[in-house]
Design a protein around this ligand. Structure first.
Ligand SMILES: *Cc1c(COP(=O)(O)O)cnc(C)c1O
Length: 203
């Protein structure tokens, strides 16, 4: 479980840390850098927001995982940064599964093309896929959205001929937030990202 601490102060993270939580999610580079510098070093920081390439230097020194890689441009920039700084960065590809136009991410086709050529990114390890369901109370819509991630992952895993350079461990799925994590867990999410339920409403 990623405890999504965005918009909450470092003291709130500390409280969750003292209760035993070690994995936290942040969506703004500056905020993540400040918290990472101030808080214990054994925290695993997951970056989950839209990441601009001019902000990599704030995020990549601290990130255990960038869950929200949503373009080839960003993937290339992370790879380049990793080469220059001696880091192999673990990432997930963000997949557009919701019906809203505004949610970012790769289409299924785009993701498959990126993954088929993953061998050229030597300083990035693509470990799986991330997605956000449509914001709705209709459980069948949410299930349908999450199902797209599961079937995309399963399809990739069963076609090693087309995806020869993926890591052995490829296949992590990150889906499910406060209002839909129960559905996500039931559908086999490996990672859920929960903010409001843990830290309360954001300002
Ligand atoms: C904010 C955020 C979450 C957590 O949302 P809650 O509804 O507060 O649990 C999860 N994933 C992403 C990508 C987010 O931006």
């Amino acid at each position: 479980m990623v405890a999504v601490s965005k918009f909450h102060p470092a003291e709130a993270v500390r409280e969750a840390y003292d209760a035993g939580q070690r994995v936290f999610g942040e969506s703004r580079p500056q905020e993540m850098a400040a918290k990472a510098a101030a808080l214990p070093k054994d925290i695993s920081w997951h970056f989950i927001g839209h990441l601009q390439t001019n902000k990599l230097k704030l995020v990549l020194p601290y990130a255990a995982m960038v869950e929200s890689v949503d373009s080839v441009h960003l993937l290339e920039a992370i790879d380049k940064w990793g080469r220059e700084h001696g880091k192999v960065q673990d990432v997930l590809l963000e997949i557009h599964i919701a019906s809203e136009e505004t949610k970012q991410g790769f289409t299924r086709q785009e993701a498959e093309d990126v993954l088929a050529g993953a061998g050229k990114y030597e300083n990035v390890r693509i470990l799986g896929l991330m997605g956000m369901a449509t914001l709705t109370d209709d459980e069948s819509v949410i299930r349908n959205d999450f199902g797209k991630l599961v079937s995309l992952r399963d399809g990739i895993r069963s076609d090693s001929g087309r995806f020869p350079s993926l890591p052995e461990t490829f296949g992590l799925l990150s889906f499910g937030m406060t209002h839909d994590y129960r559905i996500a867990v039931g559908m086999g999410a490996d990672i859920v990202r929960i903010g409001t339920l843990i830290f309360g409403e954001r300002e």
